[in-house]
Unconditional design. Structure first.
Length: 383
């Protein structure tokens, strides 16, 4: 049994109704996806390499189409920061490496890896693909089977020669932790979540700290409000280190975790307006860094990234209801509004973020109902 984790609340939580001041950081839209050869719905993890942003578009995944054609099946792309040019490296298809690479990509030993899904197609469980950025050649590393896990929502983490990931389905149906050896293409299932107090439905990219893997489950734990878990690859032991209560600490941690200075940072949404939190694995102390005000700051924070000692967070809501970007000091909880999306050319519903050389890059989402006026953007934040 884990030690009882403690909860602390910073002074920022006491100012829930205060408007976030404008940030000194600048926001810039780099690219608007058209749904043509460039694809639509950029999603999942991005990676910056040699002056280019690499990512994937999920195509018609969000619309739950049973079939797709062309770039509606998904793409892998790169955006050249020097020339402002976006290039489609690969287009997926029924006979071309799977469908809907909604997890994005991560680099390992010169190749990009990601998961694709065969959403709504019976008796298919997705695959691990790799992409060579020099030749634009795509190949399947591993095809998932019924017992391997399925329902991938985030890219794997590369750690000590292997790709580690979670699937929200698999095992007994509560999710699994698994790894892929890129050298051999072999998959190993390490742990199957048991539901209940153990948690279930892990969806975000795991993080490694001091040789152990940390992640979140959206559900399970105390009152079915979600957990933070720890898994030791040396012993294959999993333990729950924090269980959300659904009170001041929030519930249903969709945002995943990032590591900085020996601490884990994450976000949690529903139950209030949403929190950004920190967790110390050494002491098992949980603390709220900032609680969003539900107004100008938005609510239900999602994915986050650390850049130059500051947390950058995407959230829903905001002035126009299309989402916000926040800059948060993890030490003081001071929060500044970087951008409030208007639903115009800046896009709607910010998602994944990545930091590189002092800047933050991110993507926005798509309309889920007709007419489809927003097909996704790529943006830049300069502190």
């Amino acid at each position: 049994m884990p030690r009882q984790a403690t909860l602390s609340v910073t002074a920022s939580c006491l100012a829930l109704l205060a408007a976030a001041p404008a940030s000194a950081a600048s926001f810039k839209t780099l690219y608007n996806f058209t749904g043509g050869a460039d694809g639509e719905q950029p999603a999942g993890t991005m990676y910056v390499h040699d002056g280019k942003i690499y990512g994937a578009t999920a195509g018609s995944f969000a619309m739950a189409h049973f079939t797709c054609s062309g770039t509606l099946c998904g793409t892998v792309f790169n955006y050249d920061l020097a020339s402002s040019k976006l290039s489609t490296m690969y287009t997926f298809g029924f006979n071309a490496g799977g469908l809907f690479p909604q997890t994005g990509v991560v680099m390992a030993k010169g190749l990009f890896y990601g998961f694709n899904s065969t959403k709504d197609i019976p008796q298919t469980y997705g695959a691990v693909f790799n992409m060579n950025p020099q030749s634009d050649r795509e190949a399947i590393t591993y095809t998932m089977g019924a017992n391997d896990g399925s329902a991938f929502w985030s890219a794997p983490t590369y750690y000590k020669g292997k790709l580690y990931a979670t699937a929200s389905d698999g095992g007994s149906g509560d999710g699994v932790i698994f790894s892929i050896d890129p050298a051999t293409g072999m998959l190993t299932n390490h742990y199957a979540f048991r539901g209940g107090s153990d948690g279930f439905y892990p969806i975000e990219t795991p993080a490694f700290l001091n040789g152990k893997m940390y992640g979140t489950t959206v559900y399970g734990g105390a009152g079915n409000f979600g957990t933070i878990f720890e898994w030791d690859p040396a012993t294959n032991k999993e333990s729950v280190v924090y269980r959300f209560t659904g009170g001041a600490d929030g519930k249903w941690p969709w945002g995943g975790l990032v590591v900085s200075n020996g601490l884990l940072y994450g976000s949690v949404g529903a139950g209030n307006t949403g929190n950004v939190y920190q967790f110390d694995p050494a002491t098992q102390k949980f603390g709220i860094v900032h609680t969003l005000n539900g107004g100008s700051e938005g609510s239900d924070p999602g994915l986050l990234v650390m850049n130059k000692g500051q947390l950058y967070v995407s959230a829903g809501g905001g002035a126009a209801g299309y989402g916000t970007l926040l800059q948060i000091d993890p030490k003081s909880g001071k929060t500044e509004l970087v951008h409030s999306f208007t639903g115009g050319s800046d896009g709607i519903y910010p998602g994944a973020l990545v930091a590189d050389k002092g800047k933050v890059y991110g993507v926005t989402g798509v309309d889920l109902t007709y007419p489809f006026q927003h097909l996704g953007t790529l943006f830049e934040i300069t502190p």
